[in-house]
Design a protein around this ligand. Structure first.
Ligand code: URA
Ligand code: SF4
Length: 205
């Protein structure tokens, strides 16, 4: 099976991991991407947020959640009174998976074996940061963390027992808010995301 493991330097700092992820060849996704994007945030952050994979903007800039979904996330964090500067933000998959459509690059959902291949990077980040609270944003992150049987639709917003951190919770991916069909459902999804983040804020005290 594909795996990033041979490319992940052992007991390395986040800075060393950040450089190393750029040359990962653990699965085919590196080939079409501009950057391998490691997480960003304090090395001792109490909260780690995990998205799916870099999007178009993130691939260009080499940073997680700097595009439209990042804007939704920033606003939700602010509303939940969680300081983004104190949070470590990363993704389950470190390279942008896309297909061309005209001049545009269209996001493609990573396959289970790509998520699996990339997991050693996430594990390395978890081992360095050792957050108290872990938030899976959307199904890809939730399944990478909690297994493929996990359903965000059913179990979002609930604190789940997990060996990864004392407090683990899954919620919507911010892009769910962007993709909602009308203003009312956009507001509803956004309120759910904020409410779930508030659960984390409450646990941290
Ligand atoms: N969506 C994600 O899952 N991660 C990002 O970094 C940006 C968009
Ligand atoms: Fe390596 Fe992950 Fe990129 Fe695949 S997606 S090449 S496993 S960093």
């Amino acid at each position: 099976p594909w795996s990033a493991a041979p490319f992940v330097p052992e007991s390395a700092s986040l800075g060393v991991l950040r450089d190393a992820v750029e040359s990962c060849r653990g699965c085919p996704l590196y080939a079409r991407a501009t950057h391998g994007v490691l997480g960003v945030g304090p090395a001792r952050a109490r909260v780690m947020l995990i998205g799916e994979q870099p999007g178009d903007r993130e691939d260009v800039e080499g940073l997680p959640f700097v595009g439209p979904a990042g804007r939704v996330l920033d606003e939700a964090l602010e509303e939940a009174e969680i300081d983004r500067d104190e949070v470590f933000v990363t993704n389950a998959v470190k390279h942008f998976k896309w297909e061309p459509r005209g001049k545009r690059r269209i996001h493609q959902k990573p396959r289970a074996r790509e998520v699996e291949a990339c997991r050693p990077w996430l594990e390395a980040e978890l081992a360095r940061v050792r957050p108290r609270a872990l938030v899976a944003l959307g199904a890809t992150a939730a399944q990478a963390l909690l297994g493929r049987a996990f359903r965000v639709t059913k179990d979002r917003g609930r604190v789940i027992a997990s060996p990864h951190a004392p407090i683990v919770l899954a919620t919507h991916h911010p892009s769910v808010v962007l993709r909602a069909p009308d203003a009312a459902s956009r507001a509803a999804r956004r309120a759910e995301l904020v409410a779930d983040l508030r659960v984390i804020a409450a646990h941290l005290g």
